[in-house]
Design a protein around this ligand. Structure first.
Ligand code: NAD
Length: 504
């Protein structure tokens, strides 16, 4: 299906066995263009039977795919990489159309998606096991990594291409078959990726998509043929996914929400810290799980830092993501926009002050789900704007007297996804890296999303499960190891021995 066909499709439907599969459930949802507020298409909502159909296709494909030589699987991943490069603009257009992010940000998402495919191109090297010779007389021991079988992924609205590829690339390169349930708000990019995967040589049934809502998710969580679940989304859903799927005997990695703090010490480069705070708080309209939502200003840096952030925020161009010059697009839905907006007035009732609140240009935003950037000062734990994940363009400033107070604040927060410190003091930065109870740390880097050859994951309620996503831990998640102890026949030394095997 081409981009124009996908864009013109009235109903985005499932992708099963290498082709688009019409839905029979009779249930569907609306897809909006957040920049205009218009309904642009429908998305099918799978029934339990449709999920079973996708899982059956994946199960049937598994034996052939797991025995496909590693060199061929690598070749397929190289092919997928090339097709994503060739179609990067089309993928980005779909991201802007359904998610609202700017064209530049959408191209950035595609670039970060590619890294995961490129990592998976090295699968022959990644699946090397270990070999120990002569563990006992004539006995060698080695470890091999084998795929799990059929695995499933459930993904959020904010990275419609990248988060699916965090999962798909490693999962299928390792020899698994995959069933993805994309976010029902942004389903089209995944359909284009599935089409590109087929063109690259991914056999039918190895990658399947079921569109839908929680009905599809619940069936995936309980389906006996699904061996593992990868999830990315809000903490409440992540917890539910983890508890339900582990109870059903599945391996689970469930990444949840975030409240990312940026600690600014008085010696920081003020302009650099302000640029970083504005970029990381308002980029993608604050709808990134690694967005900075709290600046913790230590000591005397607070007033000049707030001035510098205000000055930059006031210059941000808010408008449709497809228009040149737009820096911040709309939020994902009208309801979400209204919920984010309500945080500003509630914060004031609860004792915060508004350091800056932008105004929208009515002719630029029309009926889209836009919200101007806001900056709150004097924020404290206990206020809703601090305690809740806002997931929008509202940045809070908490003033801390000392580094120790700032660190305590971050470590007491129930989330632990990302954090950053801004300072010129290498010793302070190193101490922060040592002390902070957060999974991903930036030193003068505001959005420290690890490169694809490390793994992505937070701590505390930002991740349920033991293994982080993509990179080496992704390979570990999608494989199980088998240890083989072998001896080749040596009739001269064979005898009956009922004792427990000894190695010395
Ligand atoms: P969400 O939890 O509402 O939805 C995520 C997925 O779960 C979707 O596919 C959705 O259909 C499904 N889902 C939603 N509610 C469900 C339920 N009750 N039962 C079963 N399935 C359900 O998240 P979202 O609004 O799409 O995405 C935003 C959230 O994702 C934010 O909290 C953000 O922090 C988080 N996120 C986290 C990371 C990370 O790496 N930690 C990355 C991206 C987004």
């Amino acid at each position: 299906m081409s981009i124009s066909e996908i864009a013109a499709t009235a109903t985005v439907t499932h992708w099963i066995n290498g082709k688009s599969e019409p839905s029979t459930s009779g249930r569907a949802g609306n897809i909006y263009n957040p920049a205009t507020g218009e309904i642009i298409a429908q998305v099918a909502f799978a029934s339990r039977e449709e999920v079973d159909h996708a899982v059956a296709a994946a199960t049937a494909a598994f034996a052939g795919w797991r025995s496909t030589p590693l060199s061929r699987r690598a070749e397929v991943m190289f092919g997928l990489r090339d097709r994503i490069v060739q179609n990067r603009r089309q993928i980005a257009e779909l991201l802007t159309r359904e998610n609202g992010k700017t064209s530049a940000d959408a191209l950035g998402e595609v670039a970060r998606s590619l890294e995961n495919v490129e990592f998976a191109c090295g699968i022959p090297n990644l699946l090397k096991g270990g070999y120990s010779e002569q563990c006992s007389n004539g006995v060698d021991v080695y470890q091999i990594k084998q795929p799990l079988g059929v695995v499933a992924g459930i993904t959020p609205f904010n990275f419609p291409a990248m988060v699916p590829l965090w999962m798909i690339a490693n999962a299928i390169a390792c020899g698994n078959c995959f069933v993805l349930k994309p976010s029902e708000k942004v389903p089209s990019a995944a359909t284009l990726i599935a089409e590109l995967a087929r063109e690259a040589g991914v056999p039918d049934g190895v990658l399947n998509l079921v569109q839908g809502d929680r009905v599809a998710v619940e069936r995936l969580l309980e389906h006996p043929d699904i061996k593992a679940i990868s999830f990315v989304g809000s903490t409440a859903t992540a917890r539910h996914i983890y508890e339900t799927a582990t109870r059903n005997g599945k391996r689970v990695q469930a990444l949840g929400g975030a409240k990312n703090h940026m600690l600014v010490l008085p010696d920081a480069d003020l302009a650099m810290a302000a640029d970083a705070a504005v970029s990381a708080a308002y980029g993608a309209a604050g709808e990134r799980c690694m967005a900075i939502s709290v600046v913790v200003a230590v000591g005397s840096v607070a007033d000049p830092l707030i001035d510098a952030i205000r000055e930059r925020a006031a210059k941000l161009a808010v408008g449709p993501g497809s228009e040149a010059g737009t820096q911040m697009g709309p939020l994902i839905t009208r309801e979400h926009r209204d919920r984010v907006a309500s945080h500003v007035s509630r914060a004031v009732q609860q004792g915060a002050t508004v350091a800056y609140e932008g105004r929208l240009n009515p002719s630029a935003v029309g009926d889209g789900f836009f919200l101007a950037p806001a900056l709150l000062d004097q924020v404290q734990p206990g206020m809703d704007c601090y305690d809740q994940e806002i997931f929008g363009p509202v940045l809070s400033v908490v003033r801390a007297a000392t580094y120790a107070d700032a660190l305590q604040l971050i470590n007491e927060n129930p989330y632990g996804n990302g954090t950053a410190i801004f300072t010129r003091d290498g010793g302070a930065a190193r101490q922060f890296q040592f002390d902070v109870e957060v999974g991903m740390v930036g030193i003068n880097v505001p959005i420290p999303v690890p490169v694809a050859y490390y793994s992505f994951g937070g701590w505390k309620t930002s991740l349920f499960g033991d293994l982080h996503m993509y990179g080496p831990e992704g390979v570990q998640f999608y494989t199980r190891s088998k240890v083989v102890t072998s001896r080749w026949p040596d009739p001269g030394s064979s005898k009956v021995d009922l004792g427990f095997p000894q190695v010395r």
